[in-house]
Write a protein that binds this ligand. Sequence first.
Ligand SMILES: Cc1cc2nc3c(=O)[nH]c(=O)nc-3n(C[C@H](O)[C@H](O)[C@H](O)COP(=O)(O)O)c2cc1C
Length: 188
Amino acid sequence: MNETISTILKRRSVRAYRPDPVGQPELDLMLEAARHAPSAMNQQPWHFTVIRNPELLRQLEEHCRGAFLDSKVEALREIARQEGFSVFYHAPMLVIISGDPSALAAQYDCTLATENMLLAATSLGIGSCWMNAVMMLHATEKGKAIFRELGIAFPEGYRPYAAAAFGYPAEPWPETPPKNADCVTIME
Ligand SMILES: Cc1cc2nc3c(=O)[nH]c(=O)nc-3n(C[C@H](O)[C@H](O)[C@H](O)COP(=O)(O)O)c2cc1C
C-alpha cells in the first residue's frame, strides 16, 4: 500500500493528548498541506487561527463545555457532565479554520483544508480530532461575545467553519471504529 493511502487509513480521532507542544516545523507542514487543498475557483477563502496559549485554551475549553451543557442534545449534556471531561481532551493546540461566507463554497473549502491538516498531522505521528464545540459556541450571540472577549479574532467578516485539536497521543493510536462499506454504487 502506498504511503498516502496508508496515512488516510491510519487517521483516527485522537481523544487523549500529552501536554508537549507540536513543533513549529510540524505545524508549518500541516498548514502548508491545508493551503494546498482544493477550493472553489481557487478562492482559498480560509484563515487558520492557531491557539497554543495554555490559558487561552483553558478558557475557550471551559466556554465550549458550557455550550455542551446548554445544548438541546442530552448526549452532549451528559458527556460534558462527566468528571474530568475536557472538550479538547487536553490537547496542547487548537486550530480554528475560518472562512469568508461570501465565497462560493467557504464551508467545503475550509473542511477540505481541515482534512488535509488532519492527514498531514497523522503522517507526522500527531493526533487530531475535529472540535465541533467551537462552532457550536460561535453560533450563539453569547458565544460570539466570548470569542471577542478572549480576543480570538478572524479576518473581517469571516466565521469559523471547522476546528481541530492537535497533539501527541497520550494513549496507543486508536483502533479503527466500524466503517461502513455498503455505500458505493458502481454503474458500468
Ligand atoms: C463534523 C464533525 C464533527 C465532529 N465533532 C467531534 C467532536 O466535537 N468531538 C469529538 O470527539 N469528535 C468529533 N468528531 C469526530 C468523529 O466523532 C469521528 O470522526 C468519528 O467517530 C469516526 O472516527 P475516526 O475519526 O477515528 O475515523 C467530529 C467529526 C466530524 C466530521
